[in-house]
Every structure is written in C-alpha cells, then in structure tokens.
Write a protein that binds this ligand. Structure first.
Ligand code: ZN
Length: 247
C-alpha cells in the first residue's frame, strides 16, 4: 500500500553503507519507523529531507511489517535550530519526548502542530527556550491522556492561595494547610507560577505560548513540568540531562 503524508523526522539511525532507519511523527499515522534506501548519498534528495528535524512530505510504502519512504520533499529544515548547540539540544529533547509519548498508527495532526510550533518559536526566538519547553512538556503529556488536575486543592477545594503545591507524582495540587503532613515530593507555587502552570494545560491551542513570566518563575514552572513528565513516564530523559549539562 502506498500513501502520502507530512511528517517530522524525530530520530535517525544508520544501517549499512547506504540506508538508514528513521522515526517520523506523521500527520496521518502518528509515529512510524521507516527505512530510507540510499539516503546517505549526499546527492540523493532524500538525504536532507529525511534527516533529523526535517519536516517533509513523504510518499510511503507499507509492507507487511515495515514502512519504506519512497520519496521525500523538504517543507522546512529549521536551519536556525541547527546552527545553535543549545537550541539543537532542546529540540532533540522535544524529539525524545515525542518518540516516547506520541501515538502510533493514528492521526496525529495536533501532536505534529505542537512540536512544529515549538520548534519554530525556538528557532526564531519568539519566546524564551524555558517558556517553550514547559509549554511543550505539559501540553504534550495532557494531549496524550496524562492531564494533571490543576483545578483546586485536592484536600479542601481551595482554588488559589499565597502558597500552593504541585505534586508531580500524582499530578494534583494541595494548598498550604492541606500540605503540612505530607512527605510527597512537591513544587511550591505562588499565584503567578500557578496561573502559568494552569495555562500550559488548559489554555486554548492558539494561546498556549502567549504569556510571560519572570526568569525565577520560569525556573519553578520548568521544575514542575520536568518532574511531572519524569514521574508520569517513569523515564530519565537522556537528552534533557544533556541539555541541562550544556546550559
Ligand atoms: Zn487545601
């Protein structure tokens, strides 16, 4: 069976002298693993359009248990990310998250839009990397069915207090009074970091990246989002460790 779709390459592996194996987040089929023949020949058009972080239009053949990319036309290559080591590392973390969390064998337009928007904003410096990162993490997890409950304190129903606590392992909030006898790992939130964390989960898609927060606030927001993903997916993301190391 042959079909056409658009997708972003989120992982590539060389196999043999000429071929490679790629993982792409596609619009029509979610994450697919596909072979690309002759992709290491630099004269081959498929070389660039199937390399990491290329967003391309693919013609794909589906075999019994594998996919083969027959043709690939580049739509966007995010060149501004590639020339900046820090941004490139963050982009690779986004790819690792997508590979871990995004669905397979189902339509994934929304997931693809989220990562493309995040990469675009990162490359063009339209938002700070830390703001983009926290939004991407929380929204991706929420879309994949891991939405935390940030409506109110889980003990008494308090909506907002001077101090609230986010419990990343459980994905819930507690107010200062309910939190006292609790050994659970937590991130302390003030009213502005609480508003921002709620925004990353509940804001409309087209408003997701539209807020601002101090750099101290962004550090807290990132602590909350990183630990939420770590506990939800029980994974220590290698690319995140690397990003933090070079930062
Ligand atoms: Zn409470």
């Amino acid at each position: 069976m042959k079909f056409q779709t658009q997708g972003l390459i989120i992982k590539e592996q060389n196999i043999g002298e000429q071929d490679k194996l790629v993982f792409a987040l596609t619009k029509s089929n979610g994450i697919i693993k596909a072979f690309v023949r002759g992709a290491k020949n630099l004269k081959n058009q498929k070389c660039a359009s199937t390399s990491l972080l290329s967003y391309s239009r693919f013609t794909i053949y589906k075999g019994r248990d594998s996919y083969i990319i027959g043709d690939a036309q580049t739509i966007r290559i995010f060149s501004k990310l590639r020339s900046d080591m820090r941004k490139m590392c963050l982009a690779q973390y986004f790819c690792e998250l997508a590979l871990t969390i995004c669905p397979r064998e189902q339509k994934s337009d929304a997931f693809l839009s989220l990562i493309l928007n995040s990469l675009y904003l990162l490359g063009e410096e339209k938002r700070s990397p830390e703001l983009i990162k926290a939004c991407f993490e929380m929204r991706l997890a929420s879309m994949a069915g891991y939405m935390p409950d940030l409506r109110m304190c889980r003990g008494c129903g308090e909506y907002s207090a001077e101090k609230m606590y986010f419990l990343p392992r459980l994905g819930v909030l507690e107010c200062g009074s309910c939190h006292t006898n609790n050994a659970e790992i937590s991130v302390e939130l003030n009213p502005s970091t609480l508003t921002a964390l709620r925004h990353t989960v509940y804001a409309d898609d087209d408003r997701l990246f539209s807020f601002s927060l101090s750099s101290e606030g962004l550090a807290v927001l990132n602590e909350a989002s990183e630990s939420y993903l770590k506990y939800r997916f029980e994974k220590d993301f290698k690319t995140l460790r690397f990003y933090k190391m070079i930062n």
